[in-house]
Write a protein that binds this ligand. Structure first.
Ligand code: NAD
Length: 332
């Protein structure tokens, strides 16, 4: 059996070598770039291909993969929006994804950014860089156990975040369209308005859907208590970033951690240090001390990288051996 992996990065290599040693009878080829139609010959003789790209896959590629007898594609991410699902289905190719690779990675990011702003490190570090070692009420902090955190969405990541906050003695409120019995042991489900009204820290863990596009807008921010910290490590489109800037300017919001940005596809994963950035909004965001922008790295831990690669390969093998996998993407 042969599997060809594309988009393999330096950090994947260690885990790929381990998997290859544990599966010596499987032939594995790997490349750092995305599969394009001019490189399709690299797939010759393979039973499966694996991608980790964010850009849409060219329809011609699927047709060629079918001609080359590829049975299954694995996508090393939870989201599969870069794939033409109806075409894959029509061609009779199966698709595997990695729905849960480390909720803890994102939850720890949330806790770290919440504490960064809660302890006013943005202001303290700015002052110390100016040799201002004065301490006054503007950097006086509250302890986590005296705070209320509002978790929007109590699925895999939201629940893991809630557990971390709960372990620090924080009161955790939550809002979800489907309440989760496991979560009820540590969170109090409340209405969205009550969550906005009572939370000192609001962290977003819902998927982006047509219904919740710009869910956090001027109106939502106006319902929040004075100066909460807002954290978005879900999807950029859930938050209207311009409304956040207005909220910060008016001091309605204290600070915002943004791991995701609506137009991130133009910047994430690229080194633009020597290039001009045309997006004025992201420039404004990055320049501010009361926003911590990070380029979609909340998940980026060794555990998550290992899980993404190893799970995709294990499930591919399972599918090739048995014709089934617990991680098949249901297309219809
Ligand atoms: P999940 O499917 O396990 O949980 C999502 C929860 O949101 C579910 O409980 C669902 O009922 C709830 N929900 C859906 N729509 C809602 C709405 N409009 N209002 C309230 N609740 C709603 O998802 P997950 O794996 O926990 O992922 C959460 C978010 O994190 C997603 O947006 C995902 O894309 C994002 N994510 C980010 C990173 C990163 O590195 N920043 C990595 C992985 C996932």
């Amino acid at each position: 059996m042969k599997i060809v992996l594309f988009n393999i990065k330096k950090e994947d290599e260690k885990f790929l070598e381990i998997w290859k040693k544990e599966n010596i009878d499987i032939e594995v080829d790997s490349y750092p770039f995305s599969l394009s139609i001019d490189k399709i010959d690299l797939v010759k003789g393979a039973n499966s291909v694996s991608f980790s790209q964010v850009k849409d896959v060219d329809d011609q590629i699927y047709k060629k993969l079918k001609e080359m007898n590829i049975k299954v594609i694995s996508q090393r991410s939870a989201g599969v929006d870069m794939h033409n699902l109806s075409l894959i289905d029509e061609l009779g190719i199966s698709l595997i994804n990695v729905p849960r690779y480390s909720p803890r990675a994102i939850a720890e990011y949330v806790l770290a950014t919440a504490m960064y702003f809660q302890r006013n490190f943005n202001t303290i570090l700015k002052r110390t860089k100016e040799f201002n070692f004065f301490s006054d009420h503007t950097i006086l902090s509250k302890e986590m156990r005296s705070l209320t955190v509002g978790v929007l969405g109590t699925g895999n990541i939201g629940l893991t975040s809630a557990k971390l906050f709960n372990s620090l003695g924080v009161e955790v409120l939550a809002y979800d369209i489907y309440e989760n019995n496991q979560a009820k042991k540590i969170v109090n489900y409340v209405s969205l308005d009550e969550l906005y009204k009572r939370s000192d820290i609001i962290t977003i863990h819902v998927p982006l859907t047509n219904e919740n596009y710009h869910m956090i807008d001027d109106e939502a921010i106006s319902k929040m208590k004075k100066s909460p910290i807002l954290i978005n490590a879900a999807r950029g489109g859930i938050v209207d970033a311009k409304a956040v800037l207005r909220g910060l300017d008016s001091k309605k919001l204290k600070a915002c951690a943004m791991d995701v940005y609506e137009d991130e596809f133009n910047i994430v994963g690229k080194d633009l240090s020597e290039k001009a950035i045309n997006d004025q909004l992201i420039k404004q965001i990055i320049e501010r001390d009361d926003i911590m922008y990070t380029p979609h790295i909340a998940y980026f831990t060794e555990t998550a990288v290992d899980n993404l690669l190893t799970f995709a390969l294990d499930e591919t093998l399972e599918f090739l051996k048995t014709g089934n996998s617990k991680s098949l993407v249901k297309i219809k």
